[in-house]
Design a binder for this molecule. Structure first.
Ligand SMILES: NC(=O)C1=CN([C@@H]2O[C@H](COP(=O)(O)OP(=O)(O)OC[C@H]3O[C@@H](n4cnc5c(N)ncnc54)[C@H](OP(=O)(O)O)[C@@H]3O)[C@@H](O)[C@H]2O)C=CC1
Ligand SMILES: O=C1Nc2ccccc2C1=O
Length: 308
C-alpha cells in the first residue's frame, strides 16, 4: 500500500488532523481488511507517522509486515523539482529520524529515493551515501537496502563500490512504460536486483490516459475472458513480468479488489499480446525523469545519465 501519491490524502478532508487519522485508518484497513503486508512510505511523503501509528493499531506481528521508507536524496517538495536533500549529511542520520517518526526499531527496506547527487545540491556523493546505507544494514537498523529511479549507469556506479548490492530498484513501470530508462528492467534482472513498480495501474487510469490507449480493446477482451477486473488484469501482468507492484487506493474495497490478482494466471499468448500492444504507447506520469530532461538538461550535467 503506497502512501506517496496525492489521492491517498487529497480526497480526505482538508483539516490535516482528520486527514492523518483517515490515512492511518486506511492503512489499518489495507492490512486487516484487504490483506496487504507492504506499507510504502518516504521522508518526502510526510506519511511516516501514519504508517507507524497504523502498524501499532493493526495488532499484527511486526515481523509479518514489510515497511519501506526512502531517503530524500534531493527532491524539493514544494518546488516539485530536484533540490537539496532534507538531511544533507546523508541516509545514516536521515534513517534515525525516519525510525523516530515511524516509532519503529528497524525497516525492512530503505531506498535512496533519487540518484540526484550533484556538487550543487548534495554534501555527499552517491558513493558515500551508499556506504552509509551499508552501515545501516551492518548495525541492524535496516534489513535491506536499495534505490529508486536509478538508471543503468547510476546502478553501475553503486555496484562498482558496493559491499552489499542494492536489493531493489523502485521505478515507474507498467504496460505503457516498460522501461523507465533504456534497458533498466533487463539490467536489474541480470544483476538480481528486484524491480518494484510504482504507478503500475497507469493504463486504466482515465485521468492519465485521457483519450484512451491502444490496450483498451484488449483489456476489455481479457477481463471478460478471465472474469477479472481491469486492475486485477493489469497488476497480474506486472507480477507475471517478474516485477513487484506498489499500488494504492483511497478505498479499502478497491484495495481488496487488487488482491484478486493472485487468483488467476494470464496465458502466455495473452501476456505477450498485452506486452506488445502496451509497448506501442508511452506514458510517464511521474516524469521526474522526463521533466528533468526539459528543465535541467542545460545546466545540471550530473542529471544527464538518468535521462538517457
Ligand atoms: N519511488 C518513487 O519515486 C515513487 C513511488 N511511488 C509509490 O507508489 C505508490 C503507488 O503509486 P501510484 O502512482 O498511485 O500507482 P497506481 O498506478 O497504483 O495508482 C493508484 C491509483 O489508481 C486508481 N485506480 C485504481 N483502479 C482504478 C480504476 N479502475 N479506474 C480509475 N482509477 C483507478 C486509484 O484511485 P482511487 O484512489 O480512487 O481508488 C489510485 O489513486 C505511491 O503511493 C508511492 O508509495 C509513487 C510514485 C513515485
Ligand atoms: O509517491 C511519490 N510522489 C512523488 C512526487 C514527486 C516525486 C516523487 C514522488 C513519489 O515517490
Amino acid at each position: 500500500m503506497g502512501t506517496g501519491t496525492s489521492h491517498a490524502r487529497k480526497k480526505f478532508t482538508t483539516k490535516e488532523k482528520d486527514a492523518n487519522e483517515e490515512l492511518t485508518q486506511l492503512l489499518v484497513d489495507s492490512v486487516t481488511y484487504a490483506g496487504f503486508t507492504h506499507l510504502d512510505t518516504a521522508e518526502i511523503y510526510t506519511t511516516e507517522p501514519e504508517v507507524g501509528n497504523a502498524v501499532k493499531r493493526c495488532d499484527v506481528d511486526r515481523s509479518k509486515l514489510w515497511i519501506t521508507s526512502k531517503y530524500n536524496s534531493g527532491w524539493d517538495v514544494p518546488g516539485g523539482k530536484p533540490g537539496k536533500p532534507t538531511v544533507p549529511s546523508g541516509p545514516y542520520e536521515a534513517l534515525q529520524k525516519s525510525l523516530e517518526k515511524l516509532s519503529l526499531s528497524y525497516l525492512d527496506l530503505y531506498l535512496i529515493h533519487f540518484p540526484f547527487f550533484s556538487p550543487e545540491n548534495a554534501e555527499i556523493t552517491l558513493e558515500e551515501a551508499w556506504k552509509q546505507m551499508e552501515r545501516l544494514v551492518e548495525e541492524g537498523k535496516v534489513r535491506n537496502i536499495g534505490v529508486s529511479n536509478f538508471n543503468v549507469s547510476k546502478l553501475e556506479e553503486v555496484l562498482k563500490i558496493a559491499k552489499i548490492k542494492p536489493q531493489v530498484n523502485q521505478i515507474e513501470y507498467n504496460l505503457y512504460l516498460q522501461n523507465q530508462t533504456p534497458g533498466i528492467v533487463k539490467f536489474c534482472k541480470e544483476k538480481d536486483i528486484l524491480v518494484e513498480a510504482y504507478s503500475p495501474l497507469t493504463p486504466i487510469i482515465p485521468s492519465k490516459i485521457k483519450e484512451g490507449g491502444p490496450l483498451d480493446p484488449l483489456i476489455d477482451e481479457l477481463t471478460a475472458k478471465y472474469r477479472v477486473t481491469k486492475s486485477q488484469l493489469i497488476l497480474r501482468w506486472v507480477y507475471q513480468s517478474g516485477v513487484v507492484a506498489v499500488t494504492t487506493s483511497s478505498s479499502k474495497e478497491r484495495l481488496k479488489e487488487y488482491t484478486g490478482m493472485t487468483s488467476f494466471e494470464i496465458e502466455e499468448d495473452d501476456f505477450n499480446k498485452l506486452s506488445e500492444v502496451g509497448s506501442t504507447f508511452n506514458f510517464a506520469g511521474f516524469s521526474v525523469i522526463k521533466n528533468l530532461e526539459l528543465k535541467f538538461l542545460t545546466h545540471m550535467d550530473s542529471f544527464l545519465p538518468i535521462m538517457k
